[in-house]
Design a protein around this ligand. Structure first.
Ligand code: CP
Ligand code: NVA
Length: 301
């Protein structure tokens, strides 16, 4: 009997224990304490990008190679996907060549279709609605600095986008409070908020950044214009949500500042905050590598 592939599609499909197992595996690699540092010898990962990437591409490629495996990187424009071959057929074909597939795409439906028809694990490398690999790295980063995130307060100020949605899902699973300050027209997906609240999470939605950030243990933001989204009047709407030294000073004195990067200095975050003493953004970027090594191992073990 063949086992169903272990996909990594979204945080809301997991319980905390399973996500912690992935994080623990990732941390063991990071500390050089993994029982087997190269469990994926001879395994091959396909990376499909329908949007640009620096961190996701490099961290998956380096991570897979460090685990003993290898990668094939595909831009959809160079494949038959870009000429209309179906996602389902692509899934069936790639499953005959590789052991896992990571996809970065706009449409979450495409990711689900790939997972439905692939006989190998599929990993979400960002869609327009979520970015789970990023938040796994962010939880790892928070806990390395401040210990268990349970019961802590994470404040988001900015666009209620894909990264915000994965933070909300994480709040329900890792049991921390999430406060999001967003313009009324750019609030996070109501279904995600509803799901998290139904799981017992405390999710505050406000249009006042000061209210979200007051006394927070961690302040997070992201670009005002995500890949593939129109600028429209986003900059105008989001300007009051910029994370500046003044806003950061309302959080706890030891609060961390996080940003998934790439940052737009002088827009969603000031240079002073990004380069300042609260900022852990380079650790977050590094931890993409370690967290994803844990995810890959869990998917393929
Ligand atoms: N944070 C993140 O996913 O970065 P890239 O777009 O560079 O992969
Ligand atoms: N919200 C951003 C994240 C980039 C890693 C985007 O989707 O463009």
């Amino acid at each position: 009997m063949t086992r169903a592939p272990r996909h990594f599609l979204d945080l809301d499909r997991f319980d905390e224990g399973t996500l912690r197992r992935m994080l623990d595996l990732g941390l063991a690699y990071k500390k050089g304490k993994a029982a087997n540092p190269q469990p994926l010898k001879g395994r091959m990962l396909a990376l499909i990008f329908e949007k640009p990437s620096t961190r996701t591409r490099v961290s998956f490629e380096v991570g897979m190679k460090q685990l003993g495996g290898d990668v094939v990187v595909l831009s959809h424009l160079e494949t038959q996907l870009g000429r209309g071959e179906t996602v389902a057929d692509t899934a069936r074909v790639l499953s005959r060549y590789v052991d896992a597939i990571m996809l970065r795409t706009a449409a979450p439906a495409k990711l689900l279709e790939l997972a439905e028809h692939a006989s190998v694990p599929v990993i979400n490398g960002l869609t327009d609605t979520t970015h789970p690999c990023q938040i796994m790295a962010d939880i790892m980063t928070f806990e390395e600095r401040r210990g268990p995130i349970m019961g802590k307060v994470v404040a988001w100020s900015g666009d209620g986008n894909n990264v915000a949605a994965s933070w909300i899902q994480a709040a329900a699973l890792f049991r921390f409070e999430m406060r999001l300050a967003c313009p009324a027209a750019l609030m996070p997906d109501a279904k995600v908020v509803e799901w998290a609240r139904a799981k017992g999470a405390t999710i505050l939605l406000t249009d006042e950044p000061l209210r979200a950030v007051a006394g927070a243990d961690c302040v997070v933001t992201d670009t005002w214009v995500s890949m593939g989204f129109a600028e429209e009047n986003r900059r105008e709407q989001l300007a009051p949500f910029a994370v500046t030294e003044r806003l950061m000073s309302k959080a706890r004195p030891d609060a961390l500042f996080m940003h998934c990067l790439p940052a737009h200095r002088g827009e969603e975050v000031s240079d002073g905050v990004l380069d300042g003493s609260h900022s852990v953004v380079w650790d977050e970027a590094e931890n993409r590598l370690h967290a994803q090594k844990g995810i890959l191992t869990w998917c393929l073990e």
